[in-house]
Write a protein that binds this ligand. Sequence first.
Ligand code: HEC
Ligand code: HEC
Ligand code: HEC
Ligand code: HEC
Ligand code: HEC
Ligand code: HEC
Length: 451
Amino acid sequence: MVHHIERGGLEASYLIDYVIGSGKAALGYLVRVGDAVFQSPVTYYTELETWGMAPGMERYSDPDFTRPATADCLWCHAGRPRPVAASVNRYRVPPFDAEAISCDRCHGRAEAHLESPRASTIFNPAKAPPRERDSVCEQCHLSGLVRVLNPGQTFGSFEPGRRLEEYWSVFIGGSEGAAGQRRFQVVSHVEQLALSRCAEQSGEQLWCGTCHDPHSPPGVAAAELSRRCMSCHEQALDVDHAELANDCITCHMPKRQSHDSGHSAFTDHRIARRPMPHANPVQPQQLRPWKPQEGPLGLRNLGIAIIRLGQDEAVANSIEEGVNLLKQAALHYERDASILEALGTGLVLAGAPRNGLRALQRAVQLAPKRALFRNSLAAAWWDIGRRRESIAQIERAIRREPLLESSYYLLARVHAATGNPNSTRAAWNRLLENRPRLILPRQRVALRSVD
Ligand code: HEC
Ligand code: HEC
Ligand code: HEC
Ligand code: HEC
Ligand code: HEC
Ligand code: HEC
């Protein structure tokens, strides 16, 4: 498959290297450029039989093949990706050890089983305690609003048989409503199911595997699914109700008609008496952890989550809260680059660029390979008018990750702001040397534009 882009008389073509998704709702497309992987800006929506912008790219003014396919995407959508450590979207060659989701992602490492192939030598989620059982599906089915890694972990570190919170925290939005009535932003299957009376009242018996067998192809008949309901409800249902149908799903787990993104639930997993309105509005101010972490780790992860979200959603008042949490947590994590980067970014956003700069410098010292940390530091130098130091950091980010356009944008902006059209054009030209097919820099260079 080839994707073709055309804008303002310029065009480019990309050979598609990978397709993600089972295709039940949508298919996403990935391209390799050098050792990096990017997403195609278009997605095929199978139910609607139509092409559209990829989820999250609807508002891009100049969509192109620039959105990095990061390792966290691919740890959910593939078996075993091989990301280059500390990079944004660079992968080793070949980029995957296993393209499709592999057995070990739910059953744990295979070594012991290969030595002694018996049922007892694999981890079986169905027989595990509830938290360990649920964590297996949550590693991929619970994105929340933000996920924050614990120190030293990656999204590939999770081992079946452990609890998710040993590796990362998931933050969801929501709050206690006025009458003690819970109002979550219900998007994921995991969050919805937890809200159901069935889950609340069945003493942790109900889990994803009650209704889904991950080994079977999707599309279990409604009658079969309804038998799962009857395993708990047979006794109490009055005769009329039980005879209503051998289909409990149509009324109690209705489908939403259209869907806005590949990442929100389609089938209502709240299992309500009567159909309920869909998701409540997002309340990023009210971030809460899916499973609370104890002590300093809890402060650290919540603080990082607040700053990350604050950057995207511009929730100014919460930035200060994030900074305060991180200041307390930082005392316990002196060599933790992620905390320092978030703290530094938070301080810059909160109008204390000099303090922010110090934290960012330490973050870069501790994690010299992270191009994005260097760009944060570059922005902080720029904030206090130190152009040369700013450019030096961007250059080092580019050396580390030459295919990432955001560094060149920063560079062009720094040059443009000092009214230096030649250097600005040089920045766009350098991006073109590495990504010659991109439309925007080609337009900028052709127009001899200053910004
Ligand atoms: C936390 C794990 C996770 C991450 C991170 C994630 N996805 Fe997904 N994605 C899923 C799951 C699970 C589904 C299945 C639909 C659902 O949850 O409702 C899905 C669905 C999709 C679909 C629709 C596929 C289908 O079969 O209908 C596309 C396309 C997609 N994701 C692309 C992406 C891209 C691109 C990224 C990175 C920017 C990404 N996803 C990040 C877990 C993830
Ligand atoms: C390694 C990541 C991963 C894990 C672990 C995982 N899933 Fe999924 N699951 C996905 C993705 C991604 C999709 C979307 C379809 C696709 O991309 O193939 C999906 C789709 C599904 C679907 C919908 C099938 C369809 O095509 O419509 C069900 C049901 C499901 N998963 C159940 C489970 C259950 C139950 C568990 C735990 C036992 C689980 N999954 C664990 C990643 C995962
Ligand atoms: C998305 C998660 C997931 C993936 C991937 C997965 N399984 Fe499973 N597997 C499960 C779950 C959940 C059960 C328990 C089913 C039950 O008993 O309800 C299970 C059960 C089993 C069992 C029965 C174990 C016993 O104690 O009886 C075997 C064998 C098995 N899986 C093999 C595999 C193999 C081989 C693969 C790869 C080809 C694989 N599974 C991939 C989730 C998964
Ligand atoms: C693991 C056991 C279990 C399974 C499986 C189960 N439920 Fe329930 N469900 C319960 C319990 C316990 C309650 C609370 C007590 C009650 O209302 O009977 C409940 C409550 C309900 C309610 C009332 C909800 C409310 O808000 O008052 C409905 C409707 C319901 N279940 C439908 C279903 C349907 C449909 C299925 C299958 C898709 C299903 N349940 C599967 C255990 C289960
Ligand atoms: C009480 C039964 C039940 C339980 C428990 C359950 N599901 Fe489902 N799920 C369904 C039904 C019914 C569908 C719609 C199936 C269809 O249309 O083929 C569905 C569909 C899905 C889909 C396909 C996308 C969609 O929204 O239609 C995914 C993904 C999924 N479930 C994930 C999960 C995960 C993850 C869990 C555990 C948190 C879970 N489910 C627990 C009944 C259940
Ligand atoms: C035609 C739609 C429809 C079908 C089909 C249906 N239900 Fe219901 N069910 C309802 C409605 C509506 C209520 C709420 C009644 C009320 O609020 O008085 C309800 C209530 C319930 C309750 C709560 C009962 C109580 O006494 O509190 C349970 C449990 C339940 N249904 C389970 C099931 C199961 C299991 C099936 C499949 C055998 C099923 N339903 C099929 C419409 C349906």
